[in-house]
Design a protein around this ligand. Structure first.
Ligand code: CTP
Length: 412
């Protein structure tokens, strides 16, 4: 199964404004071009001082626009025509100045003029000095633009070019691209649906500084959240500690232990239409976690472990009120047989069985060897698939199940 490509043949205006992070827009241009988009680079005067337009031209194969009247030489980039043709405007990095111009409707160069003329989605990735970002004027402009339906990703906190530390750093390009791809996606088959996802590992305290946990990275939960959002769902991710945080745009609930996760799910479950349990929840926790740090005793240490709540198990049992349930099973051996066994224990609507074990992908990796099993025990072998592809297959099935549920029934 191939991952769907939302970028293919889309025209994207990449507005680059005068922040030191302008060089990072080269990576954005390169990746979007590689994904099949026609990328039109537009550099403001200050951006062109920082990165040469020819760099963007070489990367995208398109003439870079640097002045309003460039369209006199090339009618193809006449700003009103581009404004109505483009599928997305991505302004990255976006300075305080472009945000102020856009918020106030100024139109004194190609980019600001075209932003005013377009009805395509606009995504800003701000980057600036912390004081400029937190200034009430900038914050008011952000609020105005948000209220008008513009989208934002970042900035993040970090070390800035002005040698200060604080919010204002351009968020990582892959995160910008994930957000942009959501805006380009035209599927809306989960519009109005609420998706609840558990993700990451849990940590079970041994004492105030030590814990039992596992290697779950949160990457599967991230891919599932992105896919559900791309299809128009409202997504909540309940995440234990993980290397990969939930995507921007999803509601995020942080938990630490299996018991916390169970409680967080219990609070939100009745409102969900779809529940996907992608977290690697610890099945056991130490029976006792002293409030003081455990000391070496020179003796063997024995730990008593007690069972944790089975979050998905409870969803299959007393909590279910018509939600579609998706579970994951990490297995060694015969995946299909193991999967069927698991379905008997936890009767979910869809089970993703993936291979783990020495030398296998799975935890922490970007791809899985996976099978999809549904309630009627039909099997789809996804083979060796990226986590995005697995997420796509999961929600394709969920959508089919929803459609079957509303299909008219023939009366005899
Ligand atoms: N799960 C859960 N709460 C738990 C344990 C697991 O919600 N306490 C969910 C996982 O998120 C996953 C599925 O249940 O969707 C995994 O099922 P499980 O049978 O617990 O898998 P393993 O623990 O890997 O299997 P086993 O118990 O057979 O070792």
């Amino acid at each position: 199964m191939m991952k769907r490509n939302t970028w293919n043949n889309k025209e994207v205006v990449l507005g680059v404004t005068g922040s030191i992070a302008a060089y990072k827009a080269c990576e954005l241009a390169s990746r979007m071009t590689e994904l099949g988009a026609k990328v039109l680079p537009v550099l403001t005067r200050s951006a062109a001082e920082l990165v040469g337009p020819s760099t963007f031209e070489a990367i995208t194969g398109q003439r870079a626009i640097t002045a309003l009247f460039d369209s006199l030489q090339n009618p193809d980039v006449e700003h009103i025509a581009v404004a109505s043709r483009a599928s997305l405007f991505l302004i990255a990095p976006a300075t305080a100045n472009i945000l102020a111009k856009a918020a106030n409707g100024l139109a004194d160069d190609w980019l600001s003029t075209t932003l005013l003329a377009t009805r395509a989605p606009i995504l800003f990735a701000p980057a600036m000095n912390t004081n400029m970002y937190t200034h009430p004027a900038t914050q008011a402009n952000l609020n105005t633009l948000r209220a008008r339906g513009c989208h934002f990703v970042g900035p993040e906190a970090g070390r800035l070019a002005c040698r200060t530390v604080g919010p204002g750093r351009l968020i990582d390009p892959p995160i910008i691209l994930d957000m942009a791809s959501l805006l380009l996606d035209e599927r809306n088959d989960l519009a109005g649906k609420r998706v609840l996802i558990t993700s990451g590992a849990t940590r079970e305290a041994l004492d105030p500084v030590r814990y039992l946990s596992n290697r779950s990275s949160g990457k599967m939960g991230y891919a599932l959240a992105i896919e559900a959002m791309a299809r128009g769902a409202q997504v909540t991710v309940i995440t234990g500690p993980a290397e990969k945080a939930p995507p921007h745009g999803a509601e995020r609930v942080d938990v630490e232990t299996a018991e916390d996760m169970d409680e967080a799910v219990a609070q939100r479950f009745s409102e969900a239409d779809i529940f996907v349990a992608a977290a690697a929840v610890a099945d056991y926790r130490p029976a006792y976690a002293p409030s003081e740090k455990r000391k070496r005793t020179g003796q063997t240490l024995q730990l008593d472990l007690v069972e944790n709540p089975d979050v998905l198990g409870r969803a299959c049992g007393q909590r279910k009120q018509g939600q579609i349930l998706v579970g994951f099973a990490a297995e060694t051996g015969d995946l299909e047989e193991m999967g069927r066994e698991k379905l008997r224990k936890k009767p979910v609507d869809l089970l993703v069985v993936n291979r783990v074990g020495p030398g296998q992908c799975g935890f922490g990796a970007d791809s899985l060897d996976a099978l999809l099993l549904d309630g009627s025990a039909s099997v789809t072998d996804l083979g060796h698939a990226g986590k995005e592809t697995v997420a796509q297959a999961v929600f394709d099935r969920v959508v089919q199940t929803l459609q079957r549920a509303v299909a008219p029934v023939d009366h005899i």
